[in-house]
Design a protein around this ligand. Structure first.
Ligand SMILES: [Zn+2]
Length: 427
């Protein structure tokens, strides 16, 4: 900056600018010819971009000295007339050269993985192998050939053992650093992921060798396919297999007990008449909660639906059941009929406008419900009930949509009912 102009201003850093550099502004008086403008346009595409020197590796005093010496012969006062492209290129060059001269060079590329495997044992084995090879080359006898092969075999063995030991050591380090040294852990994992550290270029599945990247993927596919097929094998751990089979049996038995228990209870409780029972109820969520996703609002709506389905949402009819005193079951909204679930969901005139758009969507989805109010009510409350088998599609996509519409509908009705009640109590 000092070189280009003496006349510059140090600006304040704007509040939103988080850079640790201070913005400078300056005027440079330059006369530029049309020719140089043209040439600039042509050369912009090939402009070199120089990266910032790595200061931590750079001898800064030497760098300054180098820059100062090289810029001395560029005349500062000549600034208004110089060919800016040329001189900026010179400055660039000077800075880059100074950096190269005063920065410790890049380390040479790391050794390949083969060379990293080196210890006294490998060194001895390599030496022996080389000697045996030379002997065989000179003598060409059978004995020397056998020795050569043995020495080579031994070298391979030592290399493999060292590689295995190194690998195990790495895994140990990874697993032990995972608990207390996160930084080491990620460093090791990243090293492991780099291509250069891979131990093999091929895999062998069922006696076929897979050598290039695409092939190797095919090989893995076959391998896992093979692995996933159930088969009998004398090498299996029979004890563990027995344990797994027992676990499965226990799960099934528990499920059966609960299914029987719930079915029995449903017979005696009229409030649960709309509730369907899932196959394997311990492991299959009810559709009410199966399709909500993680959205808390949808879960809240599902809760309201579940309470209406199980008869724990307080309608006038339930109020009478749960109360010892005689309570009028007449709907407090329309005063026409007793308020049960059928009235609340399908017939109360006060809730008509809230109900219509949802009913439309539901009957569009399942036209068979149009003329069957009993099944329609059942479907809104619980589409998984056995009464609807064959009438309502049971594919996941349709089920999810039915659940969405009925959940929305019951929530809207519930809200409308609550706000009417509030109005009534206020008046
Ligand atoms: Zn009503």
């Amino acid at each position: 900056m000092d070189f280009v102009t003496n006349d510059f201003l140090e600006n304040d850093v704007e509040p939103l600018n988080v850079s640790d550099h201070k913005p400078l502004s300056c005027y440079i008086h330059i006369q530029q010819s049309k020719e140089s403008m043209k040439s600039k346009k042509q050369t912009t595409s090939s402009t070199k971009i120089y990266s910032k020197p790595r200061w931590e590796k750079c001898n800064i005093e030497n760098y300054k000295e180098e820059v100062r010496n090289n810029l001395e012969h560029l005349d500062k006062n000549d600034i208004s007339t110089f060919d800016i492209n040329y001189k900026i290129a010179r400055i660039h060059e000077t800075l880059k050269n100074a950096e190269i001269k005063t920065t410790k060079g890049r380390k040479k590329k790391k050794c390949t993985s083969k060379k990293k495997l080196w210890n006294p044992e490998i060194r001895d084995a390599t030496k022996k192998s080389k000697t045996a090879h030379v002997e065989w080359k000179n003598a060409k006898t059978n004995i020397s050939n056998v020795r050569r092969k043995e020495a080579k075999k031994h070298l391979r063995k030592v290399q493999r053992q060292t590689a295995a030991a190194k690998r195990n050591n790495l895994y140990d380090q990874i697993s032990s650093s995972f608990q207390n040294q996160q930084k080491t852990f990620f460093k090791l994992v990243n090293e492991q992921r780099q291509r250069s550290s891979k131990q093999t270029d091929m895999i062998r599945v069922n006696e076929t060798e897979y050598l290039n990247i695409d092939n190797i993927i095919d090989g893995w596919e076959l391998y896992f396919e093979n692995l996933s097929e159930p088969k009998e094998d004398p090498r299996f751990d029979a004890e563990f297999q027995k344990q797994v089979n027992e676990d499965i049996m226990i799960k099934e038995a528990t499920n059966n007990i609960y299914t029987a228990k719930i079915t029995e209870e449903l017979k005696t409780k009229s409030t649960l008449k709309y509730l369907g029972i899932q196959k394997q109820p311990l492991y299959n969520p009810h559709p009410i909660y199966k399709f909500t996703g993680p959205n808390p609002f949808e879960v809240l709506k599902a809760q309201i639906k579940a309470r209406i389905l199980t008869g724990t949402h307080i309608l006038q009819e339930n109020l009478q059941k749960f109360n010892q005193h005689d309570i009028d079951t007449t709907c407090e909204l329309c005063h026409r009929e007793p308020e049960d679930r059928n009235h609340f969901i399908l017939t109360c005139k006060k809730l008509e406008d809230k109900r219509q758009k949802h009913l439309q969507k539901l009957t569009n989805l399942v036209p068979a419900l149009q003329e069957r109010p009993a099944q329609l009510l059942q479907c809104i409350l619980d589409q998984s009930h056995e009464d609807l088998t064959g009438l309502v599609p049971a594919d996941e996509e349709t089920m999810s949509q039915i659940e969405q519409h009925s959940r929305d509908m019951l929530y809207d009705l519930h809200r409308a009912r609550t706000s009417y009640q509030k109005l009534n109590t206020q008046n």
